[in-house]
Design a protein around this ligand. Sequence first.
Ligand code: BEZ
Length: 257
Amino acid sequence: MNNETNQWNADCYREHADFVWRLASPVVELLAPREGEKILDLGCGEGTLGLEIAKSGAEVHGIDLSVNMVRKAKKQGLNARVMDVVEMPYVEAFDAIFSNAVLHWVREPKRAVEHIARALKDGGRFVAEFGGMGNVARIVTAMREVFSHHPEYGTFNDFWYFPSPQEYRSLLEQHGFNVTYVALIPRPTPIDDMAHWLALFSNGVTAQLSHNQVVQFRQEVRERLRATNYTDANGWMADYVRIRVRAVKQSRTVAQT
Ligand code: BEZ
């Protein structure tokens, strides 16, 4: 995400996207935080998961690009700062780095992994979950189709990074990690309305559109998705596919061999 699109409305997020942290317990379990550890919550949002992790007795630090989210996180009691993962100054500072539902927004994944590796102590673990290959494929297809029906919108900008397990494993291994777990997990997720999802998450895609075009775009995408992502019985659903990963930073001597 860039600086124009990262200023989430924290209240809307809490109202329409609380599933982001409600469904995150498996990744917190995979982290298995321990008392006394120093842990970075990368993309901490309003701090809910960071505070959950802190219950273990770990010292949790949060970073997030959004000023609004960091303000909320601090209010909730998390030690949080506005910072971009690709500009983290940390060197061998953390026992673990945790991240939920963030890394698909980072358009320089290699730089992100470089900074994550540098920020971890030797033997430190990186545990993350985010959008993996095929994530929100129907939603992205509908967006692309609406763009192609409206040449006046300009080029469709595919905004996200959704790697396959093989691709992400390889990226981590190139940066000195031993990948102990990586999996792609389809997780169709009930949402209250596709209109709210689009309002919260498609700003990057519609950045170059006028206000009226944005309204039209969202309506047309929603209509297209009615056939595949809506049922009268269950309401709206987002076709999420997560990639979940645990990797351990090898000590330099091991990494070089
Ligand atoms: C996700 O969490 O997978 C996601 C959220 C918003 C846009 C794209 C993906």
